[in-house]
Design a protein around this ligand. Sequence first.
Ligand SMILES: NC(=O)c1ccc[n+]([C@@H]2O[C@H](COP(=O)([O-])OP(=O)(O)OC[C@H]3O[C@@H](n4cnc5c(N)ncnc54)[C@H](O)[C@@H]3O)[C@@H](O)[C@H]2O)c1
Length: 458
Amino acid sequence: MIFKKNILCIGAGYVGGPTMAMIAYKCPQHRVTVVDINPSRIAEWNSDDLPIYEPGLDEIVRATRGKNLFFSTDIEGGIRDNDIIFVSVNTPTKTFGAGAGMAADLQYWEKTARQILQYSQSSKIVVEKSTLPVKTALAMEKILNYTKSSVSFDILSNPEFLAEGSAINDLDNPDRILIGCRETESGYAARETLVEIYANWVPREKIITSNIWSSELSKIVSNAFLAQRISSINAISALCEKTDADITEVSRAVGMDSRIGSKYLSASVGFGGSCFKKDILNLVYLCQHYGLHEVADYWENVVRINQYQQERFILNMLTTMFNTLAGKKICLFGFAFKANTSDTRESPAIYITKRLLEEKAEIVITDPKALKNAKADLAGVEGKVSFVEDPYKAVEGCHAIAVLTEWDVYRNLDFQKIFSTMTKPASIFDGRNIIDHKRCFDIGFNVYPTGKPALTHT
Ligand SMILES: NC(=O)c1ccc[n+]([C@@H]2O[C@H](COP(=O)([O-])OP(=O)(O)OC[C@H]3O[C@@H](n4cnc5c(N)ncnc54)[C@H](O)[C@@H]3O)[C@@H](O)[C@H]2O)c1
C-alpha cells in the first residue's frame, strides 16, 4: 500500500505510544512508525503485553499494528524515511550541574536533534511533542540548521495534553490541539500539514494555532494551573481538619461557582506523575532565569504544599497510632500515582513508603496494575516490604490501611471481611476520600479521611 504521509515518532513512552497509535487509528492513509533507543520497550510494544496500561490502548494498537503502525529500534532508517518527525523523548528534571533539581534535562532532546540532522537526506517537519522550556525550538533550529545544506527543517510545537488513565479518550476527544509555528511562510505551511492530520478526527475549531513560544509555554502553564488547583484544595483540607469543616462540602460549594468550576477540586494525599512537579520546577527555573523571583516563589509553593500534604499524611498516621509505627504492619491500597494507570513516577506512594519504613513500619503494597513498577521503585530500599495483588490477602494482620490511589476496586470492597482479619484497633487513612467512611466506622475501624473530621472509637 502507498501511504500519503510517513510519520515518525522518536520516543515510545507514555506519550509517544498512545498518541501515535491514535494517529494511525484515525488516519489509515498515513504510515506511522514509533522508534525508541530502548529495545525491550519496543519489543513490548510489538507483543501482547504492552509496556503501559491505559484503558482502550490495547484495542487501538491491535487494530493498527502491522497495518499502518510500526514499532522499531531503527532510528536512523526512521529518520531517513519519514517526512514528519514527532519528538517525544523524556525531559526529566536535571539532577546535576547548573539548575539541578529544577531545570529540564534536555540531553535526550538534544541528542535526538543531532540524530535528525545526521540521518536526514530530505527536508522534514520536526514536531516538539515533549514538554519543553519556552525557547527550546530556538536551540533545535540552531542545531538543525547549523549546516547550510539543501535539507531544511521546520519546527513546530504541538504539546500533548493527555492525562494518563484517560489518555485514549483524551486523544480521541481532545479539549484542544495546540500547534505553534514560526511566523514564516514555510512555518505556516508546516503547521497546515499538521492541522490536516488532526483534522481527520478533531473538529477544526478545537485545533488552535499560536506562535511557537506561546505553544511551548502553554503546556507548562497548563500543568502548573492543574497542580495549583490540587495544592489549593489540599491546603484547605489541612484547615478543614482543624476546624471540623468538611472538604467535600467546601469543594462542592466553591466549585459550583461557574467562574471556578468543579473539576480538580478533590483533596488527596497529593499529586504525582512524571509531569506536574517537573513542569512547575521548570517554570520556576525559567522565572528565576528571567529575574522574576516573586513569580518563581509563587509557583514553587505549589510544589511545597504538595510535599507538606504527604508529610502531613505520615504525621497523622504516626500521632493517631500512639506515636510509634515501629513493627506495625501497614497496607497501602494503591501505588500508582492515579487510578487507571500502571505509572508510578513521582507517586506519593513512593515517598510515603520510604517514610513509613524510616519509622520501622512493615509495608504491604497492593495495586491492580502497578506492582511491577512499585517493585522497581523500591528496589534496594531497606526495610520490610511485600507486594500482594489480592487486597483481602494484603490486609491480613495489618494495623492500618492507607488508601493512596483512587482505584474503583477499593470503593466497594467487603470491609467487614477486611476488618475481621486485621489487628485491632484497625485504622483506615483515606488519602483519596473514596471509601464509605461512616460504614467503615460502624464496622469498627478508626477512620481518618482527608480534610474531614476523623471518626474514631477511642
Ligand atoms: N506522561 C504524560 O502523561 C505526559 C503528558 C503530556 C506530556 N508529556 C511529556 O512528553 C514527554 C515524554 O513523556 P513520557 O511520559 O512519554 O516519557 P517516557 O519516559 O515514558 O518515554 C520517553 C521515551 O523516549 C525514549 N528516548 C529517550 N531518548 C531517546 C533517543 N535519543 N532516541 C529514541 N528514543 C529515546 C526513552 O527510551 C523512552 O522510552 C515528556 O517531555 C513529558 O513531559 C508527558
